[in-house]
Design a protein around this ligand. Sequence first.
Ligand code: COA
Length: 315
Amino acid sequence: MKNIEIIGTGMAKAGRKVTNDDLAKIVETSDEWITTRTGIKERMFCDEGESAYTLAFEAAKNAIESAGIKKEEIDCVVCGTISGEYITPSMACVVQRELELKEDIPVLDVNAACSGFIYGIEVARGLINSNGGKYALVIGCEQLSKLLDMEDRNTCVLFGDGAGAAVIKAVDGGVYESVLGARGGYEITVEGAGKVESKIKMDGKAVFKFAVDAIPKCLKTLQEKGKITLDDVDMVICHQANSRIIDHCVRKLKADPKKFYKNMERFGNTSAASIPMALDEVVKEEKIKPGSTIMMVGFGGGLTWAGVLLRIGAK
Ligand SMILES: CC(C)(COP(=O)(O)OP(=O)(O)OC[C@H]1O[C@@H](n2cnc3c(N)ncnc32)[C@H](O)[C@@H]1OP(=O)(O)O)[C@@H](O)C(=O)NCCC(=O)NCCS
């Protein structure tokens, strides 16, 4: 089984900025409540003409460009999302068609909610190993604004829209470890096909408790499997649900907070898009570069969790 490296990243921001003060005009909340409870100051919602698909397309195009490969070289597409326009065709198939990627490759969506991008990386690695090929495009994209109940202050202040993508390359040698899990649960739900009201419902307290347990466990498992410590890791990118969840985990692990990237202040929780968007930012900000070792950890609806340890590769 070959390991993989990330050789290109991209993201797409939605166009409409919604601040906490904007939300305070719609539901009984305040900038102070949202900021202190979550670290979120604003989020981006899709503007007229934008959707999870348009964002996914842009992020994917940017990732392929940044990888410096031809789009014809992509051997597999996996997309993590819970908010695609269609149940079928999958978001990955729509992106494949619009980007005119080649046809004789596996192309599919993964529904693992906020763990979707990490599940996607693991699936893509498996597929390029079993099916042959060298490069995979992994996307996380969401238009959660259309799944929000704007009368429910428990949820509508938390989420945003966006997309991120990465091109991964199969390599000889390298470093790769992963941990994936799920424990069937209804703490976060969005009703599916045939239901008129597909809105996010969530037991926030239960999810908080779950998250502050799941992240440290994932990071510990990755350290054990990879026989390394967090000191050897250049950056940890956690799912950007809530800054208090990340702070809690940093304290629990006695880790260096500077290694735990945060951008939920500007984007809120973008579910499957949050990790690849943060990844693209840390690459662009040159916080990581070819040769850097990173860990990424997701958690969310399902309840699912997933972590990977890998390296940033050269183009
Ligand atoms: C949602 C979350 C921010 C709530 O924070 P909390 O400190 O647990 O707050 P509580 O649930 O104790 O609520 C306290 C009060 O604030 C109220 N409240 C909830 N949302 C509010 C809002 N947007 N503005 C103002 N008050 C709000 C509640 O109704 C409650 O009022 P009550 O005591 O009169 O019933 C927190 O539980 C959380 O972040 N959970 C994880 C959610 C998450 O990350 N989900 C996605 C995972 S992928």
